[in-house]
Design a protein. Structure first.
Length: 414
């Protein structure tokens, strides 16, 4: 019952985050229904968040899916780069906005139309780069955008024909970022830049592998047989490489990254391995066994186990990221993805994970960060990402997809 109620709340949250907004497209300004990252504080279109799990948005609000995807692709640069975020404020305005919210409880009115932002970091203007160091362009958004394009194109061939050149440019750009066939996460680059890693992250390779596979399907649908064959070959090779390089046979899970953090298990990366079909049945069962042990130890699914080091976080970035690296918090979207993966292996465990985060989802309306308190999960208080009612689109979609996957697997087993 609670899973069904929570799913309804998640659908309501998602629909509430769709707005008809103008965005820049070359020299034009277009208007389309766009999904924003959250109901409060993050009212921008973040391609990584709004286009992840594309099947959900395609089913619930296809106009917003195609609008958000088109806005992202039409802001592609000449060399193939995709924007990290479409924002209707400048980076400097964003920082002033953040300070006013934190210290005075209000923020300036946002006006204008959505424009691309090409760099990552809390402060992505001149002052921010001086304080935090240079920012590399994030590479972890590309596979997610292209997976979404493939999913949308298979349902709308005309859309596929129109936006295929954007996909080719993005893949070409990604090819330039590969090292030995693997995508390297640069220091100060992407959404994990608070770790200051210069490494190959398992989760990024898994997204890349799935992107190759889904883009091959899109190319097939367009009659591009040779390109489809090449992409499918890349997917097969990368799957084998992931299983050879990232799988830890002794621990029974995929490692977080090479070379640092080999002992750490990323719940998201291991969940993706099951969902994408990279892990076979034996590996999947061992991963879920690890998930059960992690849940028993923390009483919820942690983002990583063991806890990651905090690294060299300075000024505002420490305020933002401290909770994400803490071993004392639960991220609902992380547990939802784990539940989706568990649906293929242990349906009872998957249902328990969804019920646990379903209660606060219904009671507090899509909180971003939870903590375990007196036998239940409640919103974390203190810090920039605390409180309730954020209405994060990714969290809503993750819960919907996990709940639907569990229902499908239960029907198959019946």
């Amino acid at each position: 019952m609670v899973i069904s109620q929570a799913r309804n709340v998640a659908v309501s949250t998602l629909l509430g985050n769709i707005h008809s907004l103008p965005y820049s497209s070359g020299k034009e300004v277009k208007t389309a229904p766009l999904l924003v990252a959250a109901a409060t504080k993050f009212k921008d279109t973040w391609p990584r968040d709004v286009l992840r799990d594309p099947e959900v948005l395609l089913t619930i609000a296809p106009e917003a899916f195609y609008g958000s995807l088109a806005a992202t692709l039409e802001n592609q640069s000449e060399d193939g780069r995709l924007p990290r975020r479409l924002s209707n404020v400048t980076p400097m305005t964003r920082n002033i906005d953040s300070f006013r919210r934190r210290f005075f409880g209000h923020s300036p009115k946002r006006e204008g139309y959505f424009k691309p932002e090409w760099y990552t970091g809390t402060w992505n203007n001149f002052v921010g780069r001086k304080l935090f160091g240079p920012r590399s362009h994030p590479v972890d958004t590309y596979a997610i955008v292209l997976i979404a394009l493939a999913e949308g194109s298979l349902r709308d061939p005309a859309f596929a024909t129109l936006y295929e050149p954007y996909a080719d440019k993005a893949i070409s750009y990604l090819d330039g970022q590969l090292h030995g066939g693997l995508l390297r996460h640069p220091p100060h680059g992407g959404w994990n830049d608070h770790l200051h890693l210069d490494a190959f992250l398992a989760e990024q390779q898994m997204d890349l592998q799935h992107m190759y596979s889904r883009m091959a399907d899109m190319k097939d649908s367009l009659g591009r047989i040779e390109e489809a064959t090449d992409l499918r070959s890349r997917a097969d090779i990368l799957r084998d490489t992931i299983n050879e390089v990232f799988w830890d046979e002794r621990r029974g899970h995929y490692i977080f990254a090479i070379d640092p953090l080999r002992e750490t298990m990323s719940v998201l990366a291991n969940s993706r391995a099951i969902i994408y079909g990279i892990a076979d049945a034996d590996k999947s069962a061992r991963i879920i066994d690890n998930f059960k042990r992690a849940h028993a130890a923390h009483r919820y699914m942690p983002l990583h186990t063991p806890q990651l080091p905090k690294g060299d976080m300075k000024l505002l970035r420490r305020w933002v990221m401290e909770h994400y690296l803490s071993g004392e918090i639960c991220l609902p979207w992380n547990q939802a993805v784990a539940a989706e993966a568990a649906s293929y292996v242990d349906k009872e465990f998957a249902a328990m994970l969804l019920e646990q985060i379903g209660h606060p989802l219904v009671e507090y309306r899509s909180p971003e960060i939870l903590r375990y308190h007196h036998g239940k999960l409640v919103p974390l208080e203190g810090g920039l990402l605390s409180g309730q009612g954020y209405g994060f689109s990714w969290g809503a979609k993750a819960f919907i997809k996990a709940a639907d996957t569990l229902e499908q697997q239960l029907r198959k087993a019946a």
